[in-house]
Design a protein around this ligand. Structure first.
Ligand SMILES: [Zn+2]
Length: 418
């Protein structure tokens, strides 16, 4: 039906989607804000002292206010740019300088990328050097911030530029069926990125080192022998370079698989708690979450590309955003918005799946190691990172990739006596 619509109707639909998305987001955030309690449920009592709990509420409030401000700003900006025909106007300006379709599209996205990044810099500075700083999380200085930005630009220009070039080349030269070819390219790139994430990309921003000799290494080695996960795959990352917040993650497939612990995590947790965290990450690996996740992403990319192939040559979409002729790059912007209700749904499904995985990894850690150490680690992590202990269930349903603390503690309770 979208194929035969007038440009003006299409513009109204696009604007309506942006409005509905904003309203839904504000509604969920409001529910979440109202859900805050000043006293904790029984199962969570004793993990915070009163001062620290109040501080965590203040931290969440500061973040909520900030995200309301930044999302309102981007909402107003999007509405103005879409309704005024800015995206078409920019293309018309570029037509005078770049006549080649492919290079004009690359220039178009390059300009939009740099402009949108520059606009968000004040917000990023405020989040890091005001909010995170005030609550004692920030360890970044201006130099690290600028260096990160610079590296990010180079990486995006190289990787994003090459991918965008291949994408546009296939689209312009093959037409409607381009999506099948680009799907294959995207799948290969995704596999390679995933495999070499910790060997190539992480070292650009951080230092990874093998875990040093000592009590922790021996304890992990002993656990690793039991479940057949080699210690040579355990690494430490200097997360403390940017923030005092702590975390751990699993990455890679096959020989490239790694469990990565933040140095801040090691500082704050006992040996048992750390082994329990490793056991959780190993659980993700043993239950094949990484592999299935990658498969899902590849399917999702294929689906998105197919829908895109139906819309990207529609002239009226270019007119809707102010263009004077068919421009695939204007249509890509329009597609991004028209597709967002679908991506909200797929994102929601991915979160449901991811929360199920977290329960499975917790169960794996509790049954192959200790539920008490895991519970202690989860509590300590929540307190340390000042996570929201009582998010609204609808907010969790849409946005959380991990179940909230209380739900996770309840789920591993049954392993306590085992
Ligand atoms: Zn996990």
């Amino acid at each position: 039906m979208i194929f035969s619509m007038q440009a003006s109707t299409l513009l109204y639909i696009i604007l309506l989607i942006v409005v509905l998305d904003f309203v839904l987001e504000q509604f969920l955030s409001a529910l979440n804000r109202k859900n805050k309690k000043h006293s904790l449920p029984e199962a969570l009592q004793g993990i915070y002292d009163a001062d620290k709990y109040q501080q965590s509420l203040d931290y969440q409030r500061a973040n909520e206010r900030f995200s309301m401000l930044s999302s309102s700003f981007s909402f107003v900006l999007s509405m103005v740019l879409l309704a005024s025909g800015f995206f078409g106007w920019l293309d018309i300006q570029l037509q005078a300088y770049v006549s080649d379709q492919l290079w004009r599209a690359l220039a178009y996205f390059g300009i939009l990328y740099i402009a949108s990044d520059l606009i968000t810099i004040p917000f990023q500075l405020y989040a890091t050097f005001v909010i995170e700083e005030k609550f004692g999380f920030n360890k970044m200085n201006l130099q690290t911030f600028c260096l990160d930005k610079l590296k990010g630009y180079v990486l995006t220009a190289l990787l994003g530029g090459v991918l965008a070039y291949i994408f546009l080349f296939l689209l312009i030269n093959i037409g409607q069926n381009f999506w099948l070819y680009f799907w294959a390219v995207a799948a290969v790139v995704m596999l390679v990125l995933n495999m070499f994430y910790t060997t190539i990309f992480v070292p650009i921003f951080n230092k990874l080192r093998p875990l040093e000799e000592g009590e922790l290494r021996s304890a992990i080695e002993e656990y690793g022998r039991k479940v057949n996960f080699p210690i040579k795959n355990v690494f430490v990352i200097d997360g403390s370079k940017r923030s005092t917040k702590s975390n751990a993650f699993f990455s890679g497939i096959g020989k490239q698989k790694k469990v990565v612990l933040y140095d801040t995590l090691i500082e704050n947790h006992s040996v048992e708690e750390l082994v329990a965290i490793i056991a959780h990450e190993v659980g993700h690996y043993k239950k094949k979450h990484i592999l299935t996740g990658m498969l899902f992403s590849i399917l999702q990319i294929g689906f998105t590309l197919y829908i895109l192939s139906l819309l990207v040559f529609n002239q009226n979409l270019s007119y809707a955003l102010g263009g004077n002729s068919l421009s695939v790059h204007i249509n890509l912007i329009a597609f991004g918005i028209l597709f967002s209700p679908i991506s909200t749904v797929t994102g929601l499904l991915m979160n449901i799946w991811s929360r199920k995985n977290e329960y499975e990894a917790d169960a794996y850690a509790a049954s192959t190691y200790q539920s008490t150490a895991l519970a202690a680690a989860l509590k300590k992590l929540s307190v340390h990172n000042m996570s929201n202990l009582l998010p609204h269930s609808w907010y969790v349903f849409v946005h959380y990739s991990h179940p909230p603390l209380l739900a996770r503690l309840n789920a591993i309770k049954k392993y306590t006596t085992a």
